[in-house]
Design a protein. Structure first.
Length: 317
């Protein structure tokens, strides 16, 4: 995590006059979660994080001196063993901690974390924003619509065109904050969202096209590289190759995986990750040398081969 992010979090919290700190993921489901927290509480300090990085943010929050009356609400972030110790430290410093998620959790970790924090709810039948909705705003019609939009995209139902527009419009934390605030007020479409969508749709199409061009099929596994739009890339790969597993890699070793069989999270857990049965992510922990090797040798790099071989072992097609 870079120093500027550290300064933003610690500096922002030192001036924050609310009491809800929301740590969540980066996709539309997470943005919908944030919209619901904003609708419920108004003043919310939000940190958007990748699954791989959220433990680092927890460590950063442990440095906050003034913790009286602060509540940390985690959403759409799966349980990781590395988080247990720092969560316990946060509790000891006086934080109230609530965690709402819908990923697959290790049973032992679930039991351990539940004994430490104030509230934990994991429901794999709902998306994260649906859990937040039913917990905090059940019966609020605008909140219900926010949750429905999040579900439409996160579960890849894609019946509501607004979920595609909003998901594509998200490009950075600034856009996430802006869209979450709009949704919290019941604005599901407006001129600014259309402009944000238009700016991103060209980049999205180009990124997907490049990912398809760089893709290969190894057995039943389609592999490519892309810096974003992983769900869209995976869907296009499956259409092109009729694959049963799709792996999308980034240059730093972070990867996303999609599988026809309900094994994505099992594969990802072998590589410091996790997620859902059909969609998950992990990290190959590239060193600087690995990053150079990946640029030179691509999918032949030893760590990448290990991931592909692991995926093949789980392939029952």
């Amino acid at each position: 995590m870079c120093a500027s992010v550290n300064r933003w979090v610690l500096g922002g919290l030192s001036q924050f006059d609310g009491y809800i700190v929301h740590l969540t993921h980066t996709d539309l489901d997470a943005v919908c979660c944030d919209a619901l927290f904003k609708r419920k509480y108004g003043n919310v300090f939000t940190i958007f994080s990748s699954v791989q990085d959220y433990s680092s943010y927890l460590e950063l929050l442990a440095q906050v001196e003034k913790t009286a009356n602060l509540t940390l609400c985690l959403s759409d972030l799966g349980g990781r063993t590395s988080a247990l110790e720092v969560v316990a430290r946060l509790k000891n410093k006086g934080w109230r901690i609530e965690w709402r998620d819908h990923h697959v959790w290790d049973e032992h970790f679930f039991t351990d974390i539940k004994s430490v924090i104030d509230y934990l709810r994991v429901d794999r039948g709902l998306c994260a924003c649906e859990i937040v909705y039913t917990d905090l705003l059940d019966g609020d019609l605008i909140a219900k619509e926010i949750a429905a939009i999040g579900r439409d995209r996160d579960f890849w139902i894609n019946n509501d065109p607004r979920s595609e527009v909003l998901s594509t419009a998200i490009s950075d934390d600034k856009s996430r904050e802006e869209i979450a605030l709009k949704l919290s007020r019941g604005a599901f479409a407006d001129a600014q969202i259309e402009v944000m969508y238009t700016l991103q749709i060209g980049r999205k199409s180009e990124a997907i096209s490049k990912a398809i061009q760089k893709s290969v099929l190894l057995g039943h596994t389609a592999v490519t590289t892309s810096s974003g739009y992983t769900s869209d890339v995976a869907a296009r790969l499956r259409d092109k190759y009729h694959s049963t597993t799709e792996i999308i890699l980034r240059g730093n070793g972070v990867f996303s995986i999609r599988t026809v069989a309900p094994v994505s999270n099992q594969i990802a857990m072998l590589f410091n990750g996790g997620g859902h049965p059909h969609a998950a992510g992990g990290n190959l922990s590239f060193t600087r040398r690995d990053q150079i090797g990946f640029r030179l040798f691509g999918y032949r790099l030893a760590k990448v081969r290990k991931l592909i071989e692991a995926a093949s072992r789980f392939d029952h097609s």
